[in-house]
Design a binder for this molecule. Structure first.
Ligand code: MEV
Length: 331
């Protein structure tokens, strides 16, 4: 696996800038959608992701004399008793406190999230990012982007073993992000994009989806490597089409990527239903986004009026929820 990086991460405790410690502090991050390149990115191919401003998470950290606690919709209780699903969040807290030299500080951490969990839209990385930011602010430290990334990745490794790092960047990004070939950088957008994220309502676990692709690659390396190469080439094409403002071309590339991801075993009948419904409703392109095996579809439409029509068709086809998001053209 190749992990592109902005530059080598410094030790988190080496460069955090001190500010005033607080008794209460907050941290925020957003969900993300992968425009193209998921799974192939785990094997060193590039990917393009975008932040989803409509799906936000806020963590509020409060100093406490007692043992550290988490309060969230999934669980409320002591940090040392969290269920497996919250182990990444617990890791984000302890890793940040350790890195900043406060391993024994008691923290009461409240998490308020609009991001559906296990839907491929970055819930685990976004919660970790919000927590890292809140805890750092609580102890009066300002982390650099690299330092935040390194801490979020510690939590992400608990969530799904060998994360590429794409999600950790995307949940803190301001716009579409290229991740690959050793760089993480903004991508040029020639014309504004209107996109719909449609939730199948089916939980899709990234850890299992990534493990499934790895297993398939062990048994059928030629076929899987060819699909990964093709996805990498489509991501390069997508970057060019995005910059040129060729939305029809971009949509066609997205739909082709969906077919290839299905061939890797990370599709799902509910995702295929949403992609088919979007296509019937005139979408320019549609694909699964994130880990797959359930989760969400990402649909490119012509404009916001079109988005309203297509979202209606998606809900009629069984989408549990839809969110519309736009991406501005770059100057
Ligand atoms: C998950 O959002 C994206 C995957 O490519 C995994 C990763 O990049 O670590 C499936």
């Amino acid at each position: 696996m190749t992990t592109p990086s902005v530059r080598p991460a410094r030790r988190p405790d080496a460069a955090a800038t001190p500010t005033a410690p607080a008794s209460v502090a907050t941290g925020r991050a957003t969900g993300k959608a992968i425009l193209i390149g998921e799974h192939a990115v785990v094997y060193g191919r590039p990917a393009i992701a975008l932040p989803l401003a409509a799906l936000a998470v806020q963590a509020t950290a409060t100093r406490t004399e007692g043992p550290s606690r988490i309060r969230s919709a999934l669980f409320s209780g002591r940090l040392d008793a969290v269920p497996a699903r919250l182990l990444p969040t617990a890791k984000a807290i302890t890793a940040t406190l350790d890195a900043l030299g406060h391993p024994h500080l008691g923290v009461d951490l409240q998490i308020q999230s609009e991001i559906p969990a296990e839907r491929g839209v970055g819930s685990s990385a976004a919660v970790a990012a919000a927590v890292v930011r809140a805890v750092a602010a609580l102890v009066g430290a300002t982390l650099s982007g690299d330092e935040e990334h390194a801490l979020i990745q510690q939590a992400e490794r608990v969530a799904h073993t060998a994360p590429s790092g794409l999600d950790s960047h995307a949940v803190r990004a301001r716009g579409p992000l290229w991740f690959g070939n050793g760089v993480v950088e903004p991508v040029a957008v020639g014309r504004p994009l209107s996109l719909i994220v449609a939730d199948t309502g089916v939980a899709g676990r990234t850890r299992e989806a990534v493990a499934g692709v790895a297993e398939r690659r062990r048994t059928d390396p030629a076929v899987v490597d060819a699909a990964i190469d093709r996805l990498g080439a489509l991501t390069d094409d997508a970057r060019t089409l995005l910059a040129a403002g060729d939305l029809d071309g971009l949509g066609a590339v997205m739909t082709r990527a969906h077919e290839l991801l299905g061939g890797l075993g990370v599709g799902d009948p509910a995702l295929d239903r949403l992609v088919a419904a979007a296509t019937r409703a005139g979408a320019l392109g549609a694909k699964l986004t994130g880990g797959g095996r359930g989760g969400c579809a990402l649909i490119l439409v012509r404009d916001l009026d079109h988005a309203a029509d297509v979202a209606g068709s998606l809900r009629a086809a069984g989408a549990a929820a839809t969110w519309t998001t736009t991406v501005e053209a770059t100057p």
